[in-house]
Design a protein around this ligand. Sequence first.
Ligand code: NDP
Length: 262
Amino acid sequence: MRLKNKTALITGGNSGIGLATAKLFVAEGAKVAITGRNRATLDAALAELGRIDGEGRAIALQVDATDVAATEQAVAEAARLFGKLDIVFANAGIPGSTPVGASKLEIFEQVLRTNITGAFFTVQAAAPHLNDGGAIILTGSVMSEMGSPGSSAYAASKAGLRGMSRVLAAEFAPRGIRINVVSPGATRTPIWDSSAPTPDAKAQLDRRLSSIIPLGRLGEAEEIAKTVLFLASDEAAYINGAELFVDGGTNGAPFGGPVFRG
Ligand code: NDP
């Protein structure tokens, strides 16, 4: 068990990558507090987490990551129940289409507020409750690198997270708390539901995305979770201020995808 006696806060822990990470953390011996806005998926996630160990080592807190006061309260509640926190996975995030010429200020700001401001204030709220020697992981994205049309706000938010993570790594270094970014490539989670709402649209999107991924397929949430576990664990004790791409080669070998093969 790699996280025995550890406690973790996972924002966006009721779906996709956050939920897969929560499950893995619980299986590895951690106590986990998950957050999200949706009560129904929080309850469903809690039921799943409870089934992993049967001891109820998880709690679910309904909180909007863009609400700083509510975030502070939720983190304090997690710390009160768990004693202290060892790991923060600031993962909550939303997509949002922001093409030049057809973008609304509200959506642009919502993406930044959720993906970057929300992550910063989660970390700030957790800071007084974190054990020295702990670990913070932020969820970035290959989209910070890809120049994908229509993704200005999203790409900026994820590139901003990367810059921010380096500042945080410096600020938390005196306490021995490590900050790293895990940057997934296209990963099969509900985040794609809005852009591909039907099974046909999903299959088409899957084909299109897979064609530019050197490994020829989307990632699975569990594959990202394993990397988060690694970064959170003592196995990554000397990794700090890094960004780890978990993307089948999308960022590192952009011309390696099936579409470029003769
Ligand atoms: P999901 O849509 O499955 O999960 C997103 C999570 O974020 C949900 O739990 C959602 O919960 C939570 N969330 C969103 N907004 C807020 C908010 N304001 N306050 C609290 N929680 C919020 O998608 P993923 O698991 O894929 O996304 C997780 C992270 O991974 C995101 O940061 C995303 O940008 C990033 N990512 C995903 C990729 C992919 O292809 N899947 C690729 C690269 C990065 P709720 O709705 O209940 O609030």
